[in-house]
Design a protein around this ligand. Structure first.
Ligand SMILES: Nc1ncnc2c1ncn2[C@@H]1O[C@H](COP(=O)(O)OP(=O)(O)OP(=O)(O)O)[C@@H](O)[C@H]1O
Ligand SMILES: [Mg+2]
Length: 497
């Protein structure tokens, strides 16, 4: 008996046909991967299964009984839980209130909410899943993106789901968070529970899933076993054409100009990073790696003037300007892609056109007025450069798929022609084909004499693109690697932990 059977699901958003006859069958005790290019319909499909949105047509069965959830709570009652791709927790509430959202009655007596009790239960739930660093009474808005994702994960797990859906969450998690995630998936499988796991990290999908369903343009085109499947073949199934084997840089030596374009001296942010010094050169791709809490994400924010340092300095060589706020940073030719794109990198309620053109307003103005034709051209160019999947450049960013939002957030700095690009987790949620073009773009920028600083937890990615890699551990520079042919992940990890 199958646990979940989904047949002929259709879904159209205004003009976008997101799903066409989508179908999937998941057996008990099966971990199913779900892959496909950005915008192929993965999130839409699992949103329907988990009650977030309603389909236009088609049928679903859970344990061979008709199933049509009207809400996430409804799906939860049917033992289907989800960790969504974007932020799934609500600001302004505590961790505990988020965990038990919609289930407050469990802690109510005579109409009064027993917060202490709810906090106690929350602590239990968090600890059950090995999440020990999060306090139930903390405001969720004060947590890092990773920690918020872990809270969501605990929330999906404590209903003891028959089917757990995890939508492109791993790239938002730290190594530790991933360990928690994968060990819980294993536990579920042992209990004969099932999982639908969405990820653009195909290696991860092959390693942790029993089988994988491939989506293309809203259709579920294929389901294959992961036994004996290699990443390259899965990539081709997904993209539907032959791909080059390597998508990283082919040269094996560091190469950059002598000229320093950004200088960081003794930079310290108490509690985050300490005494960080380095120089970024023209034509250099500089990687920064480490565990997620090693201070690198905050360092990126400081370099762009968003998070003032306690001491030390950041200086762009062009006019020896010191960067202490983002206005100076932008004027100094710096662009910044934050890790948390939805909250920091995009205006979700504005169009793709407005988002892409925002940093470039000065160059598309005529006598103080924005030239609509220049604006359109610039946005069109940016959208094509990264093949953003959209109905038009006037579409609101809110309605883009996760990976396509990431492309908009990146595009606005590419079209601005920034000299220095600070990219925090640049390929988070990006499909393999577009990843390849982003790596290609980085190399083009390098050739043009620009400089790119890549902050990433993906060591393969850092090794693949960087001239040098700075390794941070507990906020301090532990090691700087030069690009070379035989540099391995293990060597880097050694200095990270
Ligand atoms: N609420 C919405 N309104 C309009 N269009 C939408 C909405 N939600 C999704 N879409 C569109 O439906 C299509 C499928 O999107 P979906 O989010 O399911 O893709 P995905 O496979 O999850 O992609 P990604 O890998 O980037 O996360 C996209 O073209 C997207 O723009
Ligand atoms: Mg998605």
């Amino acid at each position: 008996m199958s646990l979940l059977r989904v047949e002929n699901i259709d879904k159209t958003f205004v003009t976008t046909r997101a799903l066409k006859n989508a179908a999937i069958i998941v057996e008990e005790g099966e971990i199913r991967g779900l892959v496909g290019e950005n915008g192929s319909g993965k999130s839409t499909l699992v949103s329907i299964v988990s009650g977030i949105i309603r389909p236009d047509g088609g049928r679903m069965f859970k344990n061979e009984t008709a199933y049509a959830p009207e809400s996430v709570l409804d799906a939860g009652r049917e033992k289907i839980g989800i960790v969504v791709q974007e932020m799934g927790t609500i600001d302004g509430l505590t961790v505990a209130a988020n965990l038990f959202l919609g289930e407050e009655r469990l802690f109510k007596r005579f109409g009064l909410l027993n917060t202490a009790n709810m906090n106690r239960r929350s602590l239990e739930v968090l600890h059950r899943y090995g999440i020990v660093n999060i306090q139930p009474d903390a405001d969720i808005g004060a947590l890092t993106f990773e920690d918020r994702k872990l809270v969501e994960f605990a929330k999906a797990l404590y209903i003891d789901p028959d089917l757990l859906i995890v939508d492109e969450t791993t790239t938002a998690l730290s190594h530790h968070g991933r360990e928690i995630l994968f060990s819980e998936l294993k536990r579920l499988k042992k209990k004969k529970r099932s999982v639908i796991f969405i990820s653009h990290d195909l290696g991860e999908v092959i390693e942790h899933c029993d089988s994988v369903t491939v989506m293309k343009d809203g259709e579920t085109v294929d389901t294959v076993s992961t036994r004996g499947l290699n990443e390259h073949d899965l990539k081709e199934l997904m993209v539907g054409r032959e791909l080059q084997h390597t998508y990283y840089r082919e040269d094996t030596e560091a190469s950059y100009e002598e000229e320093v374009i950004l200088r960081v001296e003794n930079l310290t942010l108490n509690g985050a990073y300490y005494d960080v010094s380095f120089e970024l050169h023209r034509g250099e791709i500089l990687g920064i790696g480490g565990l997620t809490n090693c201070g690198m994400h905050l360092l990126g924010k400081t370099l762009f003037g968003l998070k003032p340092a306690t001491s030390g300095s950041v200086e762009v060589s062009d006019g020896n300007k010191r960067i202490t706020n983002y206005v100076d940073a932008i004027a100094g030719g710096i662009g910044y892609l934050p890790k948390n794109r939805d909250q920091e990198g995009l205006m979700l309620l504005s169009s793709i056109r407005e988002n892409i053109c925002l940093p470039s307003l000065s160059s598309i103005q005529k006598r103080g007025f924005i030239s609509p034709s220049k604006e359109r051209k610039l946005a069109q160019y940016g959208a094509e450069q990264l093949s953003i999947k959209m109905s038009s450049i006037n579409q609101l960013c809110l309605y883009l798929s996760g990976g396509n939002k990431q492309k908009v957030a990146l595009s606005k700095w590419l079209v601005k022609d920034s000299d220095i690009l600070i990219l925090d987790c640049p390929t988070r949620g990006i499909d393999v084909a577009v990843k390849a073009s982003i790596y290609g773009l980085m190399q083009e920028l390098k050739k043009e004499g620009k400089a790119v600083l890549v902050i990433s937890e993906e060591l393969q990615e850092l090794i693949g693109v960087s001239d040098r890699i700075i390794v941070l551990k507990a906020g301090r520079v532990k090691k700087i690697f030069e690009r070379r042919k035989d540099l391995t992940e293990e060597e880097i990890i050694h200095f990270m932990i």
